[in-house]
Design a protein around this ligand. Structure first.
Ligand SMILES: NC(=O)c1ccc[n+]([C@@H]2O[C@H](COP(=O)([O-])OP(=O)(O)OC[C@H]3O[C@@H](n4cnc5c(N)ncnc54)[C@H](OP(=O)(O)O)[C@@H]3O)[C@@H](O)[C@H]2O)c1
Length: 302
């Protein structure tokens, strides 16, 4: 941080839900002065404050406040509320000059916070590219996560430093297409769950117990994600497509024909794998094998 970097004396989290719980826990664990949590229902804020108080961290006490009181008390507020609630809160709350407010939504630009900016507040965004599935705060969930950060200086730099202090990496979102950016996140996160749905159907149709599908298949997904995190996509790929094994892929397509959505998913995703750049199949026979596989998959179109 440079000397003119923005520093915060009192941080608040508005929205005691899934992201709010983990963000609050992570801020506290990293030594930031989180002093207030607020939510639509005071009971949610009180439950989060109690959870934080039960965590063995040397940190100032966190009060459960009304949303208005949190805004009056803090100089940096995170809005971890549903996307549709960000604009109404930006318009309704008594923001003031010198205060900072950041939303955590990948799909919104800073335009949604324009009413707060009009009252003199600095506005920003800190969007973790991570899923937070429960209201149990997990401070470690930011470690190794990339956070999208947006904001004019000095707030942009301060949010970037704050994200890094939680163990996160940062990409700056200023000027980024805010429909395609979350679409990329949905592909990598939600769509992987959809793939497990299709995989579980094939598993059960193969004669295996459906209840065993998720525990057996999710570690495969974890392994693929770990491979992709460590290597270029072409080097992370294993299996018949990486080997150019046309006969095995033809057998899979035939077996999946009775489940048309799964058949089409397999076919489309196999084509996507064959279109990786750099390609997944090595020379000298790679181009030939790829052409054979592409022809097989194109012919299998329903
Ligand atoms: N969860 C994730 O995986 C994830 C990941 C990245 C980014 N985000 C972003 O984080 C934000 C929150 O998502 P979430 O999944 O954490 O949502 P969530 O679990 O539904 O939590 C939202 C919280 O906001 C509170 N709330 C709703 N309307 C409010 C209002 N008008 N004023 C004050 N509090 C209000 C709710 O209150 P009560 O509990 O009091 O009813 C709830 O505690 C969204 O912008 C989302 O895009 C989420």
């Amino acid at each position: 941080m440079t000397d003119d970097a923005l520093r915060f004396g009192a941080i608040g989290v508005i929205g005691a839900g899934r992201l709010g719980a983990s963000l609050a826990a992570a801020l506290r664990a990293a030594g930031h002065p989180l002093v207030a949590v607020a939510s639509a229902r005071l009971a949610s804020a009180e439950a989060l404050a109690a959870e934080l108080a039960a965590t063995p961290v040397e940190a100032p006490p966190v009060e459960a406040l009304t949303v208005e009181a949190a805004v009056a008390r803090c100089d940096l507020l995170f809005l971890t509320v549903p996307d549709a609630a960000i604009g109404p809160l930006a318009a309704a709350l008594p923001w003031r000059a010198g205060q900072s407010v950041a939303h955590c939504c990948g799909a919104h630009t800073l335009h949604v916070l324009a009413p707060a900016a009009a009252r003199g507040a600095r506005t920003g965004c800190l969007h973790p590219l991570q899923s937070f599935p429960t209201r149990t705060g997990d401070p470690a969930r930011f470690r190794g996560t990339t956070c999208g950060v947006e904001g004019a200086e000095p707030l942009g730099g301060a949010l970037e430093a704050l994200a890094r202090s939680l163990g996160a990496d940062v990409v700056r979102l200023d000027g980024v297409d805010r429909a395609l950016y979350p679409a990329a996140a949905i592909f990598a996160s939600n769509c992987a769950i959809a793939l497990l749905g299709a995989a579980s159907r094939s598993w059960a149709r193969a004669g295996l117990p459906l209840a065993a599908a998720r525990p057996a298949l999710a570690p495969l997904l974890q392994g693929a994600a770990a491979n992709a995190a460590a290597h270029e996509l072409r080097d992370a790929l294993t299996g018949p497509l990486a080997r150019g094994d046309t006969a095995t892929v033809a057998a899979h397509l035939a077996a999946l024909a009775a489940d048309p959505p799964a058949h089409e998913l397999y076919r489309r995703l196999a084509l996507e794998l064959l279109a990786l750049d750099p390609p997944a199949l090595d020379p000298p026979h790679g181009a030939e094998a790829r052409a054979r596989l592409v022809a097989l998959l194109a012919a299998a179109r329903e």
